[in-house]
Design a protein around this ligand. Sequence first.
Ligand code: UDP
Length: 582
Amino acid sequence: SFQESAPKTWPKAKLTPNARVILEKRYLKQENGKVIETPEDMFYRVANVIAEVEERYGKGKKEVKELAKEFYAMMANLEFMPNSPTLMNAGRDLGQLSACFVLPIEDSMEKIFDAIKFAAIIHKSGGGTGFSFSRLRSKNSTVRSTGGVASGPVSFMKVFNAATEAVKQGGTRRGANMGILRVDHPDIQEFISCKEDNKEITNFNISVGITEEFMKAVKERRDYDLIDPHTGKAVGKLSAPEVFHTIVDHAWRNGEPGIVFLDRLNRDNPTPKIGEIEATNPCGEQPLLPNEACNLGSINLKLLVTEKNGKAVVNWERLSYVTRQAIHFLDNVIDANTYPLPMIEEMVKGNRKVGLGVMGFADMMILLQTSYASEDAVEYAEKIMNFIQTEARLESQRLAEERGTFPNYEGSIYDGVRKLRNATLTTIAPTGTISMICGASSGVEPLFAVAYTKTVMDGTAFVEVNPIFENYAKEYGFDSSELMRKIADKGTVLGFSEVPDWVQAVFVTAQEIDPEWHIRIQAAFQKYTDNAVSKTINFANSATREDIAKAYELAYELNCKGLTVYRDGSRDEQVLSAGTSQ
Ligand code: UDP
């Protein structure tokens, strides 16, 4: 219904060469192995499909066109980017636009294999799936119809894993899974150690679903009950401090399992009458009800710094505009989306959850000449996310006035408080690929390195020197190719006497930052995020188990919804690696 090429007079996308390579590989339309779409055409395709939704709400062609132009500009300027499936699939055959799904697993052979089939359909379209295995009966309990014994959650996870492996080859991107088991499930110990061998269950991230009762038992150094998922009755006991220690020990060894605070996810469940939250999407930032999906989008904070009286400051005015347009965009995505299953469509359209977040936070701190590991950065994090959440709610309220509240509004936590179009508005995604498209630091993570090698899915490696660092080097007179090479080898600028102290402080990297600051930044964003925050807490290789235990306790204290830790060098294959030597 629209021409395929972006009008020549519309702004061009200022993409880095790396961003172009990524887009050409997997995002742009291809025919017989040849790319037949420019990045501008892609943004135009997406903007049109999402803006056309207006017609369903009584808007005319002219308004659609104007809105499409605004959506286009936001993307082409790299100020806002929807999650990858929206870029890849809008206006094309798949039409599946969401990154995150949670599927229920009921305790029967039919339901278990239904979930595997549904996951395969979702993976094919570029979505990731999260599951709770907590409803499955434990290993060695009886199977009434056959008189045999059950093989338990972990054995079924291996089947899900194998199915994902097979689908992976044909999909638009690797199918990712999250597996969650409640800490009071009788098979919890087997679950905690199920990824001990790095080569097992590779298509899953795993997290232990921690309860308040468990945390209390850890503190009081006592046993807690294991609960039979069928009868709800206690069937055994474990020492809470010991289980806590086992989780810490495994996370210390190779970063898994993570933890998620289940009771907290449900404390913030906006629609408790519709269901209980048992799981999150693969990277943990999006808690969802069974059969629910969510589409994400992220604002590029790197581009929201401006100059006032010769000083770099946050561009609040532009941030307000981009936030509102982004929420409008994400709400439209819900209607433009093609859903892989009817029950998912029903659930999504009932709650209309969206997840707007940020990328380029570390870049923004650098531009504001603020160290990520500082009170000032924590303050910025809170202020920025508070602002985004406030503006997002205003826009959702405006949309509710125009289009009605989300259908499950009645009985929701907003009922009688505030009319909103969307049950949730904010989520901090990892932005693994879209941050590369935007040339920004990912999500709310600090810089991984000032210069680094990044290996993407198909094995292509990129060498990158932080462009802001290059600019500073020119501006402050320490730009030498010899120095750049040394920094690239080391990955960090700490200790290079040629680099002024304040530049060293501002370019602090993930592993140099004390875990406490990592967690405080995560907590600061969480405070104003409806859903959760994707964040990895980096530790030096020399970190001890006690350091990890302390981090868990701090995350709990500061109201985080979960925690993922990673100790440098603890896995053979790292996605990111400091320096260019690898
Ligand atoms: N995801 C996935 N497979 C991938 C990468 C991501 O299924 O290879 C899903 C997963 O649910 C993840 C979410 O997409 O939590 C968001 O990831 P990210 O922000 O990195 O995606 P991007 O939009 O940058 O591609």
